[in-house]
Write a protein that binds this ligand. Sequence first.
Ligand SMILES: [Zn+2]
Length: 140
Amino acid sequence: MFIKIQGVDIMSCDCAEFQDHAANLQLRNKSILDIVTKLGEQNSLLNRAVFKSATHCGCIEINASKQVYSENKTLEENKEDFSNHITGELCPKCKEKIEEEIGDVLFYLATLCDALNLDLEDIMDQKLDHLKTLGIYNLL
Ligand SMILES: [Zn+2]
């Protein structure tokens, strides 16, 4: 996994190494209250970066409309008909910014796990098993 944390490139790492590294770097916001609020704040910054790609840069367009589910189609067929409402491709600048914001979300998520003595890698493994078991029905 290649991750950028607060503007600094972190080379390929595994999840446990990432969590340990993030926890060791967490100095100012050690309180669970700070971690949770920083995670929420960072999520807002990620959302803003995605939307600014459309509203400021213009490399992508977002044209949202109601997703129409057909009772006469299978879940897989409906999935094919659903749209992500995005046209275009992220330019390199927007891609880099969004990747940086995702890295920061991961940083605070890892520090949240550390504060609560949870293992991010175990959580990801459990979720992956859940997704594999339920497949597309996970979305219901
Ligand atoms: Zn762009």
